[in-house]
Design a binder for this molecule. Structure first.
Ligand code: PLP
Length: 423
């Protein structure tokens, strides 16, 4: 097993800096062309996979269960217990997108319905509403946390509004007290997009531990990864309604049918989706979950050093975390202060890339994307907070694999550039 594991590790591809350009931007000629290869290469968010995960996957491959089976069940129980969900239960699925889709279906959301979504989020938060035949209604975000603005959400409520999808942006919990009041007043379902929020807490309650639906992502860049994967948490009633929808609407899953003592009998009770998690993914998840607290401690240490260093640069605005929450610290989103800089965000990111640092932007606001812009049309002044944040935001590398020298290199480089480009 040992040698086999090493062989696998040595064949893992070398990750290069991810530098995804998103959205409309002006092309700039780099002011400082690289004269030599960068001193270091620091990818934005590579997965932290160790020999434990690899051994667990090999164990699955050697067993009879490669798709949904005992490891998926074990991961559901361990994940539910970790979050303290009702009944310590959770449903594993193929992605956060699938989890959101299933949640909307359980609430019966479809044509004629409206769902409130922050504009500053990943595309799938709104796409799932489109796929359900309903209309995503975008609202602006709060200037400090960049989470959904509950007052803007209230102004967007119409008689057709059925649900609200708060996003715990960058790992910072959305203002759930205000969202609860809104949902109560207008009879809305709450579906949390918790893709960034593992593990996060709002007023000492873990995100995912409430009775409404919360959808988690285990995509490759997230705090815990199963390559692709996700989880849905909710009250036992909602989860029971959700379970068949992840596997064709079948009333019993394959594991129970084909397992020892299982029976062939089943019924189809809904036109469900094909969104089940495989045991290969759950194998990764079981081992990742054991390491999660350690990963978070490492993220905390990196964030503390970034905060400390960047507080000294007048051109940089560091992210804030409110006292009454615990952030999952999924992203470190720095904002430039344009009045103190001679260059824009794109040039800054290019300069980081030239120095081997993978940075990114989260996100191009959905109302500025070609699809949603052409479908619904938004004036330029719509959602000014999200637009302003987007224009000056940079997500810096943040992952447990960063060592002290990496962090030093990132802070030195960012501080150097902030000085060099200062107005
Ligand atoms: C990653 C992400 C998703 C989608 O997650 P998948 O597991 O890839 O479907 C949804 N919402 C947000 C905010 C995300 O960052």
């Amino acid at each position: 097993m040992r040698d086999e594991t090493r062989a696998v590790v040595s064949h893992l591809p070398v990750r290069t800096a991810q530098h995804e350009r998103v959205g409309p931007h002006t092309t700039t000629t780099p002011t400082f062309p690289p004269t030599a290869p960068p001193e270091r290469t620091i990818p934005f968010a590579p997965p932290s996979i160790g020999v434990e995960e690899i051994a667990e996957v090999i164990d699955s491959l050697r067993s009879h269960w490669i798709t949904t089976g005992p490891k998926t069940k074990a991961f559901e129980a361990a994940f539910g217990a970790y979050l303290g969900t009702p009944n310590d239960d959770a449903m594993m699925v193929s992605s956060c997108t699938a989890a959101l889709q299933i949640a909307l279906a359980v609430h019966g959301i479809g044509p004629g319905d409206e769902v409130i979504v922050p504009t500053l989020t990943f595309a799938s938060t709104a796409h799932v509403v489109e796929h359900a035949g309903a209309r995503p209604v975008f609202v602006d975000v709060l200037p400090d946390t960049l989470c959904i603005d509950p007052e803007a959400a209230e102004r967007a409520v119409t008689p057709a509004t059925r649900a609200i999808i708060p996003v715990h942006y960058a790992g910072h919990p959305a203002p759930m007290d205000a969202i609860d009041r809104l949902a109560e007043r207008y009879g809305l379902a709450i579906i949390e997009d918790a893709a960034h929020a593992l593990p996060a807490s709002y007023h000492d309650t873990r995100i995912g531990a409430r009775s409404n639906f919360a959808a988690f992502s285990f995509y490759a860049t997230k705090n815990l990864t199963t390559a692709e994967g996700g989880a849905l948490t909710a009250s036992p009633d909602l989860l029971e309604a959700a379970r068949p929808l992840a596997l064709h609407g079948m009333s019993r899953d394959a594991w129970k049918r084909y397992g020892v003592g299982g029976s062939w009998s089943y019924d189809v009770i809904a036109a469900g989706f094909k969104s089940n998690m495989t045991d290969l993914q759950a194998a990764l998840g079981l081992q990742q979950l054991k390491k999660l607290d350690g990963f978070q401690a490492r993220r905390r240490a990196v964030v503390d050093r970034y905060d400390e260093a960047f507080a000294l640069a007048p051109a940089l605005e560091t992210p804030i975390v409110h006292d009454d929450v615990e952030s999952a610290l999924h992203l470190y989103v720095l904002r430039l202060r344009p009045e103190r800089m001679r260059v824009g965000r794109d040039t800054f990111i290019d300069a980081l890339a030239e120095r081997g640092i993978g940075a990114s932007v989260h996100f191009l606001p959905l109302h500025m994307t070609r699809f949603y812009q052409s479908k619904h049309g938004y004036p330029d002044e719509a959602f000014p907070v999200a637009r302003d944040a987007y224009e000056r935001m940079i997500s810096l590398p943040l992952h447990p694999g960063l060592d002290g020298d990496d962090v030093q290199y990132v802070t030195d480089t960012v501080m150097h550039l902030a000085q060099r480009y200062a107005a």
